[in-house]
Design a binder for this molecule. Structure first.
Ligand SMILES: Cc1cc2nc3c(=O)[nH]c(=O)nc-3n(C[C@H](O)[C@H](O)[C@H](O)COP(=O)(O)OP(=O)(O)OC[C@H]3O[C@@H](n4cnc5c(N)ncnc54)[C@H](O)[C@@H]3O)c2cc1C
Length: 529
C-alpha cells in the first residue's frame, strides 16, 4: 500500500514536471514553420518569420544568428504591403534551408495590428490586438519600422531609438531591398548581394585552420546533429531488442553531459517515454513503440530543431560536412564533460551508438575496428578524450588521401591533422613531413587535453538560459563549470551518471529512481569490444 502510494506520488511528480516542461515550451516551432524549417513549408512561401507577443522572446533568445532584423508593421497599412516584397527579397538571402547566407541574420516581422496569436487564446482575448504591448515596448511610431541588433538583445522592458548603451538600432534607410541590404552590409562589413545563391561565391580559402571563436556557434550544430541522429534512428526503425540498451545508455550520457541544456531536457523526456513505451518485455510491437517514441524523439532538442541548416559544420559545397561533422563535435564535447569514473561506460556507449545507429556503413565499421583495438579499460576522462581525438585524426588522415585521389574535398575545409598549429601552438612539440608529404607530429598531450577541454568544454556551451527550466531544477547548473571540473572527479560510472543526471533536474532524477533496479549498464556490450 505504502509502496503504491509512493509510486503514485512519483508519477504525479513526473506528470507535474512534464506538464510544466511541455507547457512552457517555446513557440519557436510555429514561427519556424513559416521558414519551411522542421518539416512543414510555409503556405505562402514567405521567408521572414512571423512572430507575435507569445513567441517573440523565446524565438529570438534561441536564434543562432548573430543579428536580427525585426519589421514592425500593420497588415492594413498599404505602405507595408508594398514593402513586403522588398523585405522578403532580403529575408530569402538569410532565412531557411535554401538561404545563401544562413546563420548570419534572422529576419522576422511582427504585425502590430494582429488580432491573432500563434498561442492558444481564450475567446475573450480574440478581439484584442495581441501585439500592441510588444510594439509599444519598441516605441513603434510608424510602419514599417525596422529594428536591428543581436537577437538576444531584443529581450528588454522598453526601448527607444537612439537609446544610449543599446545594441539595438532603428534601420533608418531600408525602404527598398537594395537599400536594406546596403545598410546591413555596412553594419556587418559584408558584401552580400541580392542575387547571391546557396553555395555560390563561397570563399575557397581553407577556413578550418584559424579562428577558435567559431566553435562557440557549434552549439547549434550539436543540437542539429542530436536531433538529426534521433530522426534517422526513428525513421529507419533502428531500435531493436538488441540495440535498445545502447540507445538508452547513450541517452543517459546526453541527459548528464550534452552541452545544450534543452537537449539534456529532451533526452530526459525521451528516457521517460522509453520506459512508458518500450518495456523490456516488448509488450508493444516495434512498429508501435517507434511511433510512440517519435513525438519525444522529434523534439529532443526543442521545437524547431532540426532547423535544416548548419552553421559551424556548413560546407562550402552541398554534399560536404553537415551531420557527420556535428556528430564528431557532439562526441568530443561529451568526452570533455564526463567524470573519470564514467570514462569506460562512455567509451562503450559511444562505440555502441556509432556501431548501431550511424547509418554510414564504412564509417561505423572503421570506427568499431578502432573501438575493438582498445584492450585496457579507460580509467580517466583525459584518456578517453585523447583516444577520441586520436581516432578522429586517424579518420582525417585516411580521408585526406581519399579526398586527394577522388578530388572531392571541400576546398574551404580540407582534412587536416588537428588541431593545427594556428589553433594550438603549445600542442606541438615538433612536426615534420615524410617523403610522401604526410605530417608527423610529436604532440604535447597535456596541452592537447587542455585545448580540448577549453575548445569543446568551456567555449561550446548553451548561449542562452531557459527560464522555464530554472523553476523546477533541483540545482541550477552552470554550463561552463560542468565542462571544466568534470574531468577531475573520480566517481563510479553508474553513480556518476545518476548524480549528474540528478543535477540536471527533477526529470532525470525521477527517471533514475525508476531505473534503480534495472540493469542497463550490463556487460554484454562491453564484451563485444
Ligand atoms: C564516428 C565517425 C566515423 C567516421 N568515419 C568515416 C569514414 O570511415 N570514412 C568517411 O569517409 N567518413 C567518415 N566519417 C565522416 C568524416 O569523418 C567527416 O565527418 C566528414 O568528412 C565531414 O568532415 P568535416 O570537414 O566536416 O570535419 P570532421 O572530420 O567532421 O570534423 C568536424 C570538426 O571537428 C574538429 N576536428 C577535426 N579533427 C579533430 C580531432 N582529431 N579531434 C577533435 N576535433 C577535431 C574540426 O573543428 C572539424 O571542423 C566519420 C564520421 C564519424 C562521426
Amino acid at each position: 500500500m505504502a509502496a503504491s502510494t509512493a509510486a503514485a506520488r512519483r508519477l504525479l511528480l513526473a506528470l507535474a514536471v512534464l506538464a510544466a516542461c511541455l507547457g512552457s515550451a517555446p513557440h519557436g516551432a510555429v514561427a519556424l514553420r513559416s521558414l519551411g524549417v522542421g518539416g512543414a513549408k510555409a503556405a505562402d512561401g514567405d521567408a521572414a518569420v512571423d512572430l507575435d507577443a507569445s513567441n517573440f522572446t523565446a524565438f529570438l533568445q534561441t536564434s543562432p544568428e548573430s543579428f536580427a532584423v525585426v519589421e514592425f508593421f500593420a497588415h492594413w497599412c498599404p505602405a507595408c504591403r508594398n514593402y513586403k516584397p522588398h523585405y522578403e527579397r532580403v529575408a530569402k538571402l538569410f532565412n531557411g534551408p535554401d538561404a545563401a547566407h544562413p546563420g548570419t541574420v534572422v529576419m522576422a516581422r511582427v504585425d502590430c495590428a494582429s488580432k491573432f496569436s500563434f498561442s492558444v487564446m481564450s475567446e475573450d482575448d480574440e478581439a484584442a490586438q495581441v501585439n500592441v504591448d510588444l510594439c509599444n515596448k519598441f516605441s513603434v511610431d510608424h510602419y514599417p519600422y525596422l529594428v536591428w541588433g543581436p537577437p538576444t538583445k531584443f529581450n528588454l522592458a522598453q526601448w527607444k531609438p537612439k537609446q544610449e548603451n543599446s545594441e539595438l538600432e532603428l534601420i533608418d534607410d531600408g525602404r527598398t531591398a537594395d537599400r536594406l541590404l546596403k545598410w546591413i552590409n555596412k553594419k556587418m562589413g559584408s558584401s552580400f548581394n541580392l542575387d547571391d545563391k546557396k553555395y555560390e561565391n563561397e570563399s575557397m580559402h581553407p577556413k578550418n585552420t584559424s579562428d577558435p571563436e567559431q566553435i562557440v556557434r557549434a552549439i547549434y550544430d550539436v543540437e542539429e546533429a542530436t536531433s538529426h541522429a534521433l530522426q534517422i534512428i526513428l525513421e529507419h526503425k533502428m531500435i531493436k531488442p538488441d540495440t535498445r540498451d545502447s540507445l538508452i545508455s547513450f541517452l543517459q550520457i546526453l541527459v548528464a553531459h550534452h552541452p545544450s541544456k534543452r537537449c539534456r531536457r529532451g533526452s530526459a523526456e525521451l528516457l521517460i517515454d522509453f520506459d512508458d513505451h518500450w518495456h523490456t518485455n516488448l509488450s508493444l510491437s516495434l512498429e508501435d513503440s517507434t511511433t510512440l517514441l517519435k513525438g519525444a524523439g522529434e523534439k529532443v532538442c526543442g521545437n524547431g530543431v532540426p532547423r535544416g541548416y548548419w552553421i559551424f559544420c556548413r560546407g562550402s559545397k552541398k554534399e560536404t560536412r553537415g551531420f557527420s561533422c556535428g556528430l564528431w563535435v557532439l562526441l568530443h564535447s561529451l568526452t570533455v564533460r564526463i567524470g573519470d569514473g564514467e570514462s569506460q561506460t562512455t567509451f562503450t556507449s559511444i562505440c555502441d551508438f556509432i556501431h548501431n545507429f550511424f547509418i554510414c556503413e564504412e564509417c561505423r565499421t572503421h570506427f568499431y575496428e578502432m573501438c575493438s583495438s582498445v584492450s585496457v579499460p579507460f580509467k580517466s576522462a583525459r584518456d578517453l578524450a585523447l583516444w577520441l581525438w586520436t581516432a578522429h585524426n586517424k579518420v582525417n588522415e585516411r580521408l585526406m588521401k581519399e579526398e586527394k585521389e577522388l578530388d572531392n574535398a571541400d576546398p574551404s575545409f580540407p582534412k587536416i591533422i588537428w588541431p593545427p598549429k594556428q589553433l594550438c601552438p603549445l600542442c606541438y612539440r615538433s612536426s615534420s613531413r615524410t617523403a610522401d608529404g604526410a605530417m608527423q607530429v610529436e604532440w604535447n598531450e597535456d596541452e592537447v587535453f587542455n585545448f580540448l577541454v577549453n575548445y569543446y568544454g568551456k567555449m561550446l556551451v548553451s548561449s542562452y538560459r531557459e527560464t522555464s527550466m530554472q523553476s523546477f531544477q533541483v540545482a541550477s547548473i552552470s554550463d561552463d563549470s560542468s565542462a571544466s571540473s568534470a574531468a577531475t572527479v573520480p566517481i563510479g560510472a553508474a553513480l556518476g551518471i545518476a548524480l549528474a543526471s540528478c543535477t540536471f533536474g527533477a526529470l532525470a532524477c525521477f527517471w533514475r529512481t525508476q531505473q534503480k533496479n534495472r540493469k542497463y549498464y550490463h556487460l554484454r556490450s562491453l564484451k563485444k569490444i
